[in-house]
Design a protein around this ligand. Structure first.
Ligand SMILES: N[C@@H](CCC(=O)N[C@@H](CS)C(=O)NCC(=O)O)C(=O)O
Length: 204
């Protein structure tokens, strides 16, 4: 039985990034195992037959194999910024459901056929602009769970065609994205040096 929880992760996976953000802010030490999605470790499949990442295996053998469950479990252990106050299940369900579906179609479509899913995804982002025009983050002025849950997905959307995204009339969303991507917390969870190593620091 492992003494330290093990997080099966994939560096660029938005669900895994979301879990790593919560683990990092909580200060909970985990051993991160970077998974090649085409060659998943036997131990990952043994822990969770669906074998998606992230998967967290606790010291007592308990397995948590959904990113939001990992985030919630983590914050229930230690939530120094009170992220749980900004849970927003509706916004997260919209992100994980319809937005993610359109995002995947946009990302993987032939460039000549990607405007339809791109615009459908964009329509789902517009309510975020309204909220971010009111306060710097989605629930409140300060960052909470809903910001960290959506951030990796909005990042992927922006990255497909950064010039197009940056030219959109969405100043509040662009500012929010730029701010969080440059934060020490985000840089920490994306640092290659912590992949396949122990992550226990708590950057701010
Ligand atoms: N609902 C899951 C989704 C996780 C997910 O789909 N992760 C992707 C990587 S971003 C994955 O592992 N896909 C399986 C595969 O590609 O074989 C969660 O929130 O943890």
């Amino acid at each position: 039985m492992a003494a330290t929880p093990v997080l099966y992760s994939f560096r660029r996976c938005p669900y895994a990034i979301r879990a790593r953000l919560a683990l990092a802010i909580s200060g909970i030490a985990v051993d991160i195992v970077e998974v090649a999605l085409r060659d998943k470790p036997v131990a990952l499949i043994a822990a969770s037959a669906k074998a998606t990442v992230p998967v967290l295996v606790l010291a007592d053998g308990q397995v948590i194999d959904e990113s939001l469950d990992i985030v919630r479990w983590t914050l229930e252990q230690n939530d120094p910024e009170d992220w749980l106050a900004g849970g927003d299940p509706v916004a997260i369900a919209t992100n994980d459901g319809p937005f993610k579906r359109q995002l995947d179609l946009y990302k993987y479509a032939d460039p000549t056929a990607r405007d339809v899913p791109r615009d459908a995804a964009l329509a789902l982002l517009l309510p975020l602009e309204t909220r971010l025009a009111r306060h710097a983050n989605l629930a409140f002025e300060r960052r909470t769970l809903v910001d960290m849950a959506l951030l990796p997905f909005v990042r992927q959307f922006a990255q497909v065609d950064r010039a197009w995204f940056d030219a959109l009339p969405l100043p509040a969303l662009q500012r929010w994205l730029t701010h969080h991507l440059a934060s020490p917390l985000f840089e920490f969870v994306m640092a290659r040096a912590i992949v396949a190593s122990r992550a226990s620091a708590r950057p701010t």
